[in-house]
Design a protein around this ligand. Sequence first.
Ligand code: DQA
Length: 153
Amino acid sequence: MRFLIINGPNLNMLGIREPDIYGRQDYSALESFIRSCCEAEGIEAVLFQSNHEGAIVDAIQQSYGNTDGIVINPAAYTHTSVAILDALKAVAIPAVEVHLSDVSKRESFRQVSYAGMACVKSFIGLGFEGYRQAILFLKGYLQTREAYTTAQP
Ligand code: DQA
């Protein structure tokens, strides 16, 4: 199983950026955490971080045909990007949304998630743990789907 894990703008500033909201661990700690979660589950992890909307769209498009699942924290593009929503719908790879902070308790402009409309589930406000939950959920989701598909006559 191969997962693409996408982190959007400013997540490379973790540890420096608003630590009371996003925590004190940096982006490389997040990468290590994600890699070890995937390794423990026997999942091949492809990690991608970008501050650019088009680069995220490109990464989603390039995953077509070679990726089983997508875990995505689109960061601020969550609340603005129809292009990322459309890319997720275009490739139709099962995707799970993650947010470190509890966006539901924050500003009104964070209450819409475009990317979330193309995701099978969202993990919000759990910090790094949200990525682990997303990886475990996606693995189970894909295994169930596979079992169901192969059981059909
Ligand atoms: C975020 C929440 C977004 O609203 C914000 O723009 C981010 C990070 C999170 O992980 O909590 O950059 O996606």
